[in-house]
Write a protein that binds this ligand. Structure first.
Ligand SMILES: *[C@@H]1O[C@H](CO)[C@@H](O)[C@H](O)[C@H]1NC(C)=O
Ligand SMILES: *[C@@H]1O[C@H](CO)[C@@H](O)[C@H](O)[C@H]1NC(C)=O
Ligand SMILES: *[C@@H]1O[C@H](CO)[C@@H](O)[C@H](O)[C@H]1NC(C)=O
Ligand SMILES: *[C@@H]1O[C@H](CO)[C@@H](O)[C@H](O)[C@H]1NC(C)=O
Ligand SMILES: *[C@@H]1O[C@H](CO)[C@@H](O)[C@H](O)[C@H]1NC(C)=O
Ligand SMILES: *[C@@H]1O[C@H](CO)[C@@H](O)[C@H](O)[C@H]1NC(C)=O
Ligand SMILES: [Zn+2]
Length: 512
């Protein structure tokens, strides 16, 4: 759906605008841990050392806890509002409700354009992150499924928008329903399945993914993908669900909007079209927020706005010709997965090691324009190896470059694209949240006699840090991986029986 297909190429042009990036994550909690490690290294007696370290760990743990858990004062009423608890909005009873909205292709720094006053206002009342880091590859389907399951692509199975599976001898095509809706592609447990298993009513408005998992679970309400559905209709559908009687009302709602991604591909991230579409999704956010306020639901419904990935300008790319590199070998490629990175499977009678050698030599000579990986050499941080669905050879271009052939040239080239290295700021997604959850964070963060000790508050509060154009009262989280979202939603809903993920519930401890 969202991402225009890969037929021929993408491109990427000039230097990505330098992004404002915050200080690195190193400031977090690392110091204590590092100290422990060095103690270990110095010790002569392993056993004693281990014991010492263990005690140190326990003490440190208790210390860290004591920063946050100041006995009696900790209970913000919102912390107790989950599970089967009910809160009235004045006239109607509600269970705690989570609405997660994905705006495809909303690159993190779009929020700094001065074109999204409402999203910023919502984040000011709630919180935002500097950025949310997508999983590799930074494509729509792998990332929407990572958001749903909390898993990296190698674990959730959707390793591209299109890819070959040698086990089933079939191809995943995101835009062909008979292929994309086959539950067998979608591994892991999406949050709607976990919620339904816990007896929670769920509603799915076009979130990329299947209507049903292999274990046979569906969301309670499901509106399948359709292109060009006006935002107003989506808003109406969400409100219609929220206004249902108590027994029928969903507690977890998911919604998807592709127009900004489509604009980014078509016209590029710096285009008037992107700016205009950004304004429209911002108004959608405002309308949603206003509708919740009118219903007195802002202390009942947590709204989480996310995106799947960013967007880079690809209007003037430098071409890398695969046919030049591989010569005759190019013809023996049997399957080409993904885009703009390229997973290669050569035919059975091809000299694979020879082709790999050619690719590696060319990559080395290119001085960083592109990289060639096998499962063994894939960067660890991609969490993208070790399963059959990932092609044995992956060619990954750097932003600014596109892989193509002389025959394909510029065919199918868009002005914007994504799918590059997930550490590239231009690939980063956004996270903005508002509701009872963020109210707690704010109290923790700002409250004069809040539940935190002064030191904890100082550690938590790093407002702005000079990196951002937001005003003082915005609480800005450091950037974090999108595989954490599953755990957040489960905690908000008070669901304890969760699936294993690559995030961790503990990640959110300091916010609860
Ligand atoms: C709005 O909802 C809160 C609970 O979140 C409730 O305490 C308050 O009375 C409600 N206000 C009105 C005007 O109904
Ligand atoms: C879109 O907005 C950005 C940031 O405000 C601006 O730099 C850019 O020129 C705008 N693009 C167009 C075509 O107006
Ligand atoms: C509470 O929510 C219901 C259902 O959405 C709505 O009809 C009602 O007006 C709300 N009550 C208040 C006091 O806003
Ligand atoms: C494959 O190519 C390598 C050179 O890279 C060569 O040494 C080897 O003999 C070739 N193998 C076959 C079966 O042709
Ligand atoms: C931040 O707060 C300071 C002092 O309270 C004020 O002078 C400054 O204008 C504020 N900055 C923004 C961006 O609101
Ligand atoms: C991600 O989580 C899955 C499910 O628990 C696990 O099998 C996999 O090893 C994890 N991956 C990493 C890199 O930890
Ligand atoms: Zn896209």
């Amino acid at each position: 759906m969202a991402s225009p297909s890969p037929p021929a190429s993408s491109r990427k042009p000039y230097e990505e605008r330098k992004e404002l990036d915050g200080p690195s994550e190193s400031e977090n909690w690392k110091p204590e841990t590092e100290q422990e490690d060095s103690t270990h290294g110095l010790s002569r007696n392993r056993i004693i050392c281990t014991a010492v370290c263990l005690i140190a760990l326990l003490v440190t743990g208790a210390f860290v806890r004591s920063l946050f858990v100041e006995p009696p004062a900790t209970t913000h009423p919102n912390l107790l509002f989950h599970g089967d608890n009910v809160r009235s909005n004045g006239t109607h009873d509600f269970k705690r409700t989570v609405l997660i909205v994905s705006i495809d292709g909303l690159r993190a720094d779009y929020l700094d354009r001065g074109l999204t006053p409402h999203l910023l206002d919502i984040s000011k009342q709630g919180l935002r992150a500097k950025a949310m880091v997508p999983v590799f590859p930074t494509l729509t389907f792998p990332n929407h499924w990572a958001l749903m399951t909390g898993l990296y692509a190698e674990s959730h199975g959707v390793v591209g928008n299109n890819f070959w599976d040698p086990i089933s001898q079939s191809e995943f095509h995101y835009n062909q329903i008979e292929s994309a809706w086959n539950p067998a592609w979608w591994l892991g447990e999406p949050m709607w399945e976990t919620a339904v298993k816990s007896g929670i009513i769920t509603a799915n408005l076009m979130w990329p993914g299947p209507p049903k998992t292999t274990s046979g679970f569906s969301s309670t309400y499901f509106v399948p993908w359709k292109n060009k559905v006006p935002l107003k209709e989506k808003l109406d559908q969400l409100l219609q669900w929220i206004d249902l009687p108590f027994e029928e009302r969903p507690q977890l709602l998911m919604a998807y909007e592709p127009s900004l991604d489509q604009a980014g591909h078509k016209a590029g991230p710096y285009s008037a079209l992107v700016n205009k579409t950004l304004t429209q999704v911002d108004i959608f956010a405002k309308d949603l927020h206003t509708a919740l306020k009118e219903r007195n639901l802002t202390e009942i419904v947590d709204v989480v706005f996310v995106s799947d990935h960013g967007m880079t300008d690809t209007s003037h790319p430098e071409h890398i010709y695969m046919d030049d590199i591989l010569g005759e070998g190019y013809a023996s490629i049997e399957h080409e997965d993904g885009w703009p990175a390229m997973g290669l499977r050569f035919s059975a009678n091809a000299n694979v090691s020879h082709n790999l050698e050619l690719l590696r030599t060319a990559a080395a000579a290119s001085e960083g324009k592109f990289e060639v990986y096998t499962h063994e050499t894939m960067p660890e941080r991609y969490h993208f190896s070790g399963v059959e669905r990932i092609a044995p050879i992956y060619v990954v271009p750097k932003i600014g470059y596109i892989l193509t052939t002389h025959a394909e040239g510029d065919v199918g080239i868009n002005k914007g694209n994504h799918g590059y290295d997930n550490t590239e700021p231009a690939m980063h997604a956004m996270f903005v949240a508002h509701g009872p959850f963020s109210a707690v964070v704010k109290v923790l963060h700002q409250g004069p006699s809040g539940s935190l000790t002064r030191l904890a508050r100082r550690l938590l509060s790093r407002p702005n840090k000079g990196w951002h154009s937001t005003s003082n009262d915005t609480y800005v989280m450091d950037k974090f991986e999108n595989v954490q979202i599953y755990s957040l939603v489960m905690r908000l809903l008070g669901v304890d029986k969760v699936a294993p993920t690559n995030g961790s519930s503990a990640f959110w401890d300091k916010y609860f």
